[in-house]
Design a protein around this ligand. Structure first.
Ligand code: AMP
Length: 227
């Protein structure tokens, strides 16, 4: 028994290397399906900015492109998952990233009477990643993601979504750290593709195309997974 119920809110997982488009696509799914995007990267960056104990422990690890400890990440995710808005259903972006995290998620969801509807693997080539990551930036006010080449703002320096004018680039989006983040992905996260395949939850999506084409493919998968 996996503790599933038929009425539980949807739980979707986006798997894929850094730069695969998980954040961009999760935000689009959030708008389209009324789900909540849970990005452990965002939660950790917020903890770093707030100077919490977890944030202090995570800062140097994130700057080096390594994975933050399972203990810290699982605790942060568990707390967030129990907030009221998550009752609508969630899209996990950047979690789980290790087998220990995947097993902890199974337990957490079973305790909450929920189940994973689909784990969607965004499949891309490493060679594409540095280009994608090095051009990206976000709106400092609403968090909308952009890219110098693939998704520029309509008006230079102004967020299309909220009109904010303060744009941010991540400290770990540099070539050296990206290489380490890719290595961490292949060593520790890629095995989750098999983990979810063996559970019958895996869906694969070619994510080498443009943002709209990937969104179309993803919508079809999600629609079927939450039906
Ligand atoms: P992201 O925003 O998903 O690219 O994550 C940025 C960084 O936060 C990663 O390179 C890791 O250092 C850390 N991080 C985010 N999510 C996790 C996770 N699930 N497990 C461990 N570290 C994480």
């Amino acid at each position: 028994m996996d503790g599933t119920t038929t009425t539980a809110a949807p739980v979707l997982i986006l798997l894929g290397p850094p730069g695969a488009g998980k954040g961009t696509q999760a935000r689009m799914l959030e708008d389209k399906f009324g789900l909540v995007q849970l990005s452990t990267g965002d939660l950790l960056r917020a903890a770093v900015a707030a100077g919490t104990d977890a944030g202090k422990a995570a800062k140097a690890v994130m700057e080096a492109g390594d994975l933050v400890s399972d203990e810290i990440v699982i605790a942060i995710l568990r707390d967030r998952l129990q907030e009221d808005d998550c009752a609508k259903g969630v899209i996990l972006d950047g979690f789980p990233r290790t087998t220990v995290q995947a097993e902890a998620l199974d337990t957490l969801l079973a305790d909450m009477g929920q189940k994973i509807n689909a784990a969607i693997s965004l499949e891309v080539q490493d060679s594409e990643m540095v280009t994608r990551i090095s051009g990206r930036f976000t709106c400092g006010s609403c968090g909308e993601g952009y890219h110098d080449t693939f998704k520029p703002t309509a008006k230079d320096g102004t967020c299309d979504k909220c009109g904010g004018t303060e744009m941010k680039r991540r400290a770990d989006d540099n070539a050296e750290t990206v290489a380490q983040r890719l290595e961490a992905y292949h060593a520790q996260t890629a095995p989750l593709i098999t983990y979810y395949d063996e559970k019958g939850a895996l869906k694969r999506l070619d994510a080498m195309g443009d943002i709209a084409a990937i969104a179309n493919g993803l919508n079809t998968i999600v629609q079927a997974a939450i039906a």
